[in-house]
Design a protein around this ligand. Structure first.
Ligand code: KIV
Ligand code: ZN
Length: 389
């Protein structure tokens, strides 16, 4: 297993497992292989490739992804029983670096489903993590619904999993219930109080039901977590999971206050975002942070003027850093003269001050009738201007 410096955060992508669990987001076998190859190539550390016991298709995809992976660790999910764990191992064992991820719901609500007492569940955790560890030296254990599990029971089960051989302890906020201060404190306390905690990596796995998944994940890192579980575009059940592109860029742009690094090449974010949107059928909202169509687009006159003079006035990241070639100045009714002049020059029209004043009036009239003015609209406007002028 790779060991990293203290400030290195492991990026664990679960687009192909938790992301695909999103109703309607099913991907084909070939699409899964393609997304896995892109994740591997961009420097994601761990790819959770699927849930091998779930179907023969999932098993086949995880096995092939495991065979193809170049540098990423390939992980499969398994419930807390030997059959799931064995099937998971059969799929991931082909990888250069395989991992078994096994989980059980530890909160009172989840304990009630299999109707296990605290002690019975504790025994099950011990047996299943031991079994996984006998197969694979890289084992992740998750107490599902950790953030709604009683503190004493959570601490007890984490200790049992560590003693049984888990190498990563993941703390899921399964229903997106926690808040940043609580997320940081929970990890801090587990690391401080659970015997053996210093020998494992703590991970954070957040859902976005209250829109706090990214903030909660980053707070968990402040508390000592060194693995963030996330998905491309935040794809995932209900309101989704922590978005990979958000945590990667937050750690890069605000390195001054969050001095942690990842191995992800951020210039590959836009391409994978578009591909995941296309294969999952889940379009990215226009104003989505980092990868939305409008994330680097400016329409208002004040913003466009500022951008033309110095891009840092209204952008905290360079578009190239996320894989875009340039900022887009969208022409619309809020655009000003400077942006119009610059756009016309781009289209090959050099206009004098007098002509610009005239064209600007025509442009505003048109912009009042259309949401967005495209290059062809401006060319038509200029041709009309030349005819009438
Ligand atoms: O959200 C969750 O609790 C999960 C677990 C299986 C880790 O996805
Ligand atoms: Zn989840």
């Amino acid at each position: 297993m790779t060991t990293f410096p203290d400030n290195r955060v492991v990026i664990f992508d679960t687009t192909l497992r938790d992301g695909e669990q999103s109703p309607g987001a099913t991907m084909t076998h070939a699409e899964k292989l393609e997304i896995a190859a892109m994740l591997d190539d961009m420097g994601v550390d761990v790819i959770e490739a699927g849930f091998p016991i779930a179907s023969d298709g999932d098993f086949a995809a995880v096995s092939e992804i495991a065979k193809n992976a170049q540098t990423a660790t390939i992980c499969g999910l398994a419930r807390a029983n030997f059959k799931d764990i064995d099937r998971c191992w059969e799929a991931v064992k082909h990888a250069k670096s395989p991992r078994i991820h096994t989980f059980i719901g530890t909160s009172p609500l989840h304990r009630a489903i299999p109707n296990l007492t605290r002690d019975e569940m504790a025994d099950k955790i011990h047996e299943t993590v031991t079994h996984a560890r006998n197969l694979c030296d890289n084992v992740q254990w998750s107490p599902m619904d950790a953030t709604r599990t009683e503190w004493d029971y959570l601490a007890r089960t984490v200790e049992i999993a560590i003693r049984a051989g888990a190498t990563t302890i993941n703390i899921p906020d399964t229903v997106g219930y926690t808040a940043p201060n609580e997320s940081a404190e929970l990890i801090r306390r587990l690391i401080a109080e659970v015997p053996g905690a210093e020998d494992v990596i703590f991970a954070t796995h957040c859902h976005n039901d209250l829109g706090m998944a990214t903030a909660n994940s980053l707070a968990a890192v402040e508390g000592g977590a060194r693995q963030i579980e996330c998905t491309i575009n935040g794809l995932g059940e209900r309101a989704g999971n922590t978005a990979l592109e958000e945590v990667v860029m937050a750690l890069k742009v605000r390195h001054d206050i969050m001095p942690f690094t990842t191995g992800v090449d951020s210039r590959k974010l836009m391409a994978i975002s578009r591909r995941v949107a296309s294969v999952s059928g889940f379009a990215v909202q226009f104003n989505k942070a980092i990868v939305g169509k409008n994330a680097f687009a400016h329409e208002s006159g004040i913003h466009q003027d500022g951008m033309l003079k110095n891009a840092e006035t209204f952008e905290i990241m360079r578009p190239e850093d996320v894989g875009l070639t340039e900022t887009s100045l969208v022409m619309g009714k809020h655009s000003g003269r400077a942006a119009l002049k610059s756009k016309l020059a781009e289209l090959g029209y050099e206009v004098e001050a007098n002509q610009l004043a005239d064209v600007f009036v025509r442009f505003k009239t048109l912009a009042d009738q259309k949401k967005e003015i495209f290059d062809d609209d401006l060319i038509a406007l200029m041709q009309d201007e030349e005819r009438s002028g």
